[in-house]
Design a protein around this ligand. Structure first.
Ligand SMILES: *Cc1c(COP(=O)(O)O)cnc(C)c1O
Length: 369
C-alpha cells in the first residue's frame, strides 16, 4: 500500500465490519481496475461470467477444505446478514415440524434469534444466562436437549458480551444450528456435529454483504414448496447460490480471506493457536490488574474474539478511550447495551496489533491504579 495511506491506518478493534488482512486489501487494490482475464473490474463483471464463476467456486472449495466438508454438506452464499438467518432458520427448519426448536441463550444475539424464531413456531429456551448478565456459558449438566427437537440453536461467540464456546457442542440427535457470525473460521470444527452453521462475513471472514450458510443436505428437504423464493435454502442450493445475483464483490473478498487462512496462516489449527496467543496477551493483563480491568466473562468462558471489560469508574473509561485513540488504537468502546470496553481481535488482527494494545493497557493500569 502507498506508504502515506499505510501510515494513516490505525489499529482497528471494531466489532464489525472489522479489520481485514492487509495482504487481502493489497490484492484487491492490485486487481480492482481489471480482474485478470476478465477485461473489467470484479465490480463490473457478470455473475455468469467464466471468471466470476471460478471465483465463487474457489471460495466454496476453500471453505470445504477448511471446514472438512464432505458431499453431505452444501455451502450457500446469501445476503441479508445473520439477522435474516434468525428468520430463515425457523422458516425452513421449524415450520411444520412436530417438535419445538430449542435455543441456548448466552447473550444478546441469541436473544434476538429467539425473538424471530417465535414468529415461526414453538420455541423452548434450554438455557438463558440473563440472571448473570450473560457472563457465562452453561455447564454440560445444565443442558438437556430433546432427541426430537426440530433443531438446537446456539451462538458460538456472543460478540457483545465476549462469551464463547471453546469447542463443539453436542446436541445429540437433533440438528445443531450455530450462529458463528463473530468467530467463523477462528478454530477447527468437528463439522459432523452441526446440521447448519451460518455466519455473516463482516466480523471474521470478509466484508459486509455476504452470509455463509453451511447446511447438511438432508435438511434441505424441510424447505417448504410454498416459501417465498429467496427464503428457501433449497432454492439457493439447487441454483448453486445463483438463484439471484449473488453479492459478487463480497464473495470475491471472502475467497481471498479463506485463501489467506489456508496459505499464509496455514489452516485453522494455526489460526486457532494465533488467536489463543493474541487473546492471552489481553486476558493476562485483566488477571494482573483485576480490580482495575474488570472482565465481563467468566474466565473459562472468555472469547478469543471479543475481549470485554470495564473500569471501576466512568472517568477511567473515558480517559482510556481517549488515550488509546491518541496511540492509534481505535473502536474500543463497548456495545451501547453493556458499556465498558470491547477489544475485538478477529483473525485478521495481527499479533503486533494486540501487543501494542497490551502494552498500552499495561502502562495505563500502572499509571492510574
Ligand atoms: C453481528 C452479529 C449478528 C448480526 O449480523 P448482521 O449481519 O448485522 O445481521 C448476528 N449474530 C452475531 C453473533 C453477530 O456477531
Amino acid at each position: 500500500m502507498a506508504t502515506q495511506v499505510m501510515q494513516e491506518r490505525q489499529l482497528n478493534f471494531s466489532p464489525g465490519p472489522a479489520v481485514l488482512p492487509v495482504p487481502v486489501l493489497e490484492h484487491i487494490r492490485d486487481e480492482l481496475l481489471c480482474l485478470p482475464g476478465a477485461g473489467a473490474s470484479i465490480l463490473e463483471v457478470s455473475h455468469r461470467s467464466k471468471q466470476y464463476i471460478e471465483i465463487q467456486e474457489n471460495a466454496k472449495a476453500s471453505l470445504q477444505r477448511l471446514l472438512g466438508l464432505d458431499d453431505s454438506y452444501d455451502v450457500l452464499f446469501l445476503q441479508g446478514g445473520a439477522r435474516l438467518q434468525f428468520s430463515m432458520v425457523p422458516i425452513n427448519l421449524l415450520r411444520g415440524q412436530p417438535a419445538p426448536a430449542q435455543y441456548v441463550v448466552t447473550g444478546s444475539w441469541g436473544k434476538n434469534a429467539v425473538e424471530e424464531a417465535r414468529r415461526e413456531g414453538k420455541v423452548e429456551i434450554v438455557y438463558d444466562a440473563k440472571e448473570t448478565n450473560y457472563d457465562r456459558l452453561p455447564l454440560a449438566s445444565e443442558l438437556s436437549f430433546r432427541d426430537d427437537a426440530a433443531y438446537v440453536h446456539i451462538t458460538s461467540n456472543e460478540t457483545i458480551q465476549g462469551v464463547q464456546f471453546p469447542s463443539d457442542v453436542d446436541a445429540g440427535p437433533a440438528p445443531l444450528v450455530c450462529d458463528a457470525s463473530s468467530d467463523f473460521l477462528c478454530r477447527p470444527y468437528d463439522i459432523s456435529k452441526y446440521g447448519l452453521m451460518y455466519a455473516c462475513a463482516q466480523k471474521n471472514a470478509g466484508p459486509a454483504g455476504v452470509t455463509v450458510v453451511v447446511i447438511r443436505k438432508e435438511l434441505l428437504e424441510r424447505s417448504g414448496e410454498d416459501l417465498p423464493g429467496y427464503l428457501s435454502y433449497n432454492n439457493h442450493a439447487q441454483a448453486d447460490s445463483m438463484w439471484n445475483t449473488p453479492p459478487t464483490f463480497a464473495i470475491y473478498v471472502l475467497g481471498l480471506v479463506t485463501r489467506w487462512i489456508e496459505e499464509t496462516v496455514g489452516g485453522l489449527e494455526k489460526m486457532h493457536q494465533r488467536n489463543q496467543q493474541k487473546a492471552a496477551l489481553l486476558y493476562d493483563l485483566l488477571d494482573a490488574f483485576p480490580e482495575f480491568y474488570i472482565g465481563h466473562a467468566k474466565k473459562s468462558d472468555r472469547s478469543l474474539m471479543n475481549v470485554t471489560f470495564r473500569f471501576p469508574n466512568d472517568a477511567l473509561e473515558a480517559a482510556f478511550l481517549s488515550q488509546a485513540s491518541k496511540h492509534g488504537l481505535t473502536n474500543l468502546k463497548g456495545h451501547r447495551s453493556v458499556g465498558g470496553i470491547r477489544a475485538s481481535i478477529y483473525n485478521a488482527m495481527p499479533m503486533e496489533g494486540v501487543q501494542q494494545l497490551a502494552s498500552f493497557m499495561k502502562d495505563f493500569a500502572t499509571s492510574n491504579s
